[in-house]
Design a protein around this ligand. Sequence first.
Ligand SMILES: N[C@@H](CCC(=O)N[C@@H](CS)C(=O)NCC(=O)O)C(=O)O
Length: 236
Amino acid sequence: MAAARQALSSSSSSSNKKLVECFYDVLSPYTWLGFEVLCRYRPIWNMELRFRPVSIAGIMHSTGNRAPALVPKKGEYISKDLLRMAKYYQVPLHLVKDFLGSVLEKGTLEAMRFVTAVDMAEPQFLEPVSRELWMRLWSRDEDITQPESILAAAERAGLSSDQARKLLEMSSSPEVKNRLKATTDEALKYGAFGLPSFVAHINEEPHLLFGSDRLELLGHLLGEKWLGPVPTPSKL
Ligand SMILES: N[C@@H](CCC(=O)N[C@@H](CS)C(=O)NCC(=O)O)C(=O)O
């Protein structure tokens, strides 16, 4: 909350942009869809978009929730829904063959600690590093748990191998672990129970929205027009 207040005061003094926080973990495929569409709207809507890395495992554990894919019928539905949404949202998402074993079991804690280190030390790389991790896992079905996988994503995002190694070292520090936990706690305080969780700050009131399918409503709350998942200049 303190971070949101600080971002609000520094942004609102220089512009009227409304702060939108996107709480995310690269384990979540639905979040990737929402993340990409919000990036497309950043130059269109009068908003300041802030990416906030969290731990989805921490959110699930604290709220007593669990991954919907663990309910077999939901898992079946989600496999179809994700592909339909990916096509509609124009995000190159494909299904992971062994989601329960290779993703849920191993988790993304190391990857999200790395992302948090990037946020703290090289914030200009936060967006591309997150995208490259999603590309590895949810587009090419590649590992993101091993250090070399994380380093490969970081270098693809434009970090030098030296920078990436330093960030990897930093990602096991208490500062980074505490920051990831603090951001996860912030999301929980806003009422998050899953991801993506977006928090729109309107008239100093935080509004929590859950789901990549809530972006039209987000636009409505911001007083902005929804132009579909792929807004083009001709529609402006
Ligand atoms: N309808 C939502 C589904 C989002 C979703 O299922 N997110 C998962 C992680 S990928 C989650 O956290 N689910 C928690 C829940 O459904 O309670 C969307 O379109 O984004």
